[in-house]
Design a protein around this ligand. Structure first.
Ligand code: NAD
Ligand code: USQ
Length: 381
């Protein structure tokens, strides 16, 4: 198949690109390298030393398969985006190209507006171009578990749609799960959902929205094939996500930064499974298109304090409870369905000591890039 990976230079996009190319698909990576620019803006960066995009793509072509690169801003260059789709004629596009850090989106006015403008306009531009240029293209979008909020208020979290009974008519029906974002970033993912509902209803676009949990890990079998293919690894207070932060903190003898009591429960998935789930979604593209297909892309639920305890035990790490910079529930329970991707053959890799050790090895190897000043940099909201 021919697949465009928007945001293919990023943490999830790059391993996915390699997984798709390895499976024999022809992949076009589209990226404006804005994430690398934000590294400079925040005086932060990947713990691993990532190759520049030219060297990455050259290595992918040598070692893996058919990968090309196009430098394009999908929010700011809609006509170039249309031309690209017209020329490449993809069977599927994967949309990773959004500003994805909740803390970044809560820094201030500039970052709030950038996150909304970039994410909503970029995603809408893709839908709008596809309607005119190649309406049978399958759109696969990376959403987030954060669209649901994180609670058991309505029981186990279903895949996108909630079964309800209407009091007035006594009718049973399904509605899009009530959106409950916790940051401007998460709010953009809720707005993306409405764009998809409308483009599916009005033009019948074929759309899969994947509500993904927190991704952890760094390497996949493909990124290990050459040093130029190594994936990025964020550990800072703005882009670093909780488990990868804890692993890099343990490797650098910095106390684990548990926000609040650590009673927050979240869903997690390993980076190699992210790539696998996207591949499954791309390859299983025959489905009932009368509504948007929504899957929860998650493997397991863990609490922040539980994760800290695992690392404390294995690595003798210290734990530091810091004031939570975020406005969120101090404690929550969470249960999530992932039956959709499982029905396509997804067999999740669970968080275990051997795997954490693998990631810690990378964090250990990359000590030279670890800057303690970048650990507690989250804005407060
Ligand atoms: P990332 O920031 O590492 O990658 C995003 C990529 O998109 C970057 O390479 C960036 O340069 C590019 N990009 C952003 N705006 C663009 C634009 N306008 N035009 C072209 N390229 C643009 O993020 P990630 O961790 O790889 O996340 C990818 C997607 O997956 C995001 O949409 C995110 O919301 C979702 N997601 C990520 C996680 C996670 O834990 N990392 C969890 C759930 C969902
Ligand atoms: N946390 C800590 N200590 C830290 C960092 C975070 O206790 O050092 C806590 C946070 O308070 C929060 C939880 O860990 O309760 C998760 O925070 P996170 O930064 O790992 O994840 P989050 O901000 O939710 O965002 C990440 C990705 C985002 C994705 C989301 C999936 O950056 O792109 O959408 O995970 S989910 O959380 O399932 O909505």
């Amino acid at each position: 198949m021919k697949v465009i990976v928007f945001g293919g230079d990023g943490f999830c996009g790059w391993p996915t690109t390699l997984r798709l190319a390895k499976a024999g698909h022809k992949v076009m990576v589209v990226d404006n390298l804005s994430r690398r620019a934000i590294d400079d803006e925040l005086s932060s960066g990947s713990l691993t030393k990532i190759a520049n995009i030219r060297d990455r793509v050259a290595a992918a072509q040598e070692k893996i398969g058919d990968v090309e690169f196009c430098y394009l801003d999908i929010a700011a260059q809609p006509s170039e985006l249309r031309d690209l789709i017209k020329d490449f004629l993809p069977d599927a596009v994967v949309q990773f190209a959004e500003q994805r850090a909740a803390p970044y989106s809560m820094i201030g006015d500039r970052e709030r507006r950038y996150t909304v403008d970039n994410n909503i306009v970029g995603t809408h531009n893709i839908c709008s171009a596809i309607v005119d240029v190649k309406p049978d293209t399958h759109i696969i979008h990376l959403g987030t578990m954060g669209v649901y909020g994180y609670s058991k208020k309505f029981g186990k979290i279903p895949e996108g749609y909630l079964g309800i009974n209407i009091t007035q008519t006594k009718e049973d029906t399904e509605i899009l799960y009530p959106a409950n974002p916790g940051s401007v970033y998460h709010m953009t993912k809720c707005l993306d959902q409405l764009i998809f509902q409308f483009y599916n209803k009005n033009w019948g676009l074929k759309i899969t929205d994947l509500h993904q949990g927190i991704v952890w890990g760094v390497e996949t079998p493909e990124t290990k094939l050459d040093t130029r293919l190594v994936n990025r690894f964020d550990y800072d207070g703005i882009y670093g996500t909780v488990l990868n932060r804890f692993i890099s903190q343990a490797a650098n003898n910095v106390p684990l930064t548990v926000y609040g009591t650590g009673g927050q429960s979240r869903a997690f998935i390993h980076i190699s499974d992210t790539a696998e789930c996207i591949k499954l979604s791309v390859e299983n593209d025959v489905f009932d298109n009368s509504r948007v297909r929504i899957f929860n892309q998650v493997s397991e639920v863990k609490s922040v304090a539980g994760l800290a305890e695992v690392l404390r035990k294995i690595y003798n790490a210290d734990v530091q409870f810091v004031d939570n910079p975020r406005k969120e529930l101090a404690e929550n329970e969470l249960e999530v369905s992932n039956s959709g991707l499982r029905s396509l053959g997804f067999e999740p890799v669970m968080l275990d000591e051997a795997l954490i050790d693998d990631v810690r090895f990378v964090a250990d190897q990359s000590k030279v890039n670890f800057n303690k000043n970048n650990v507690l940099t989250s804005p407060k909201w």
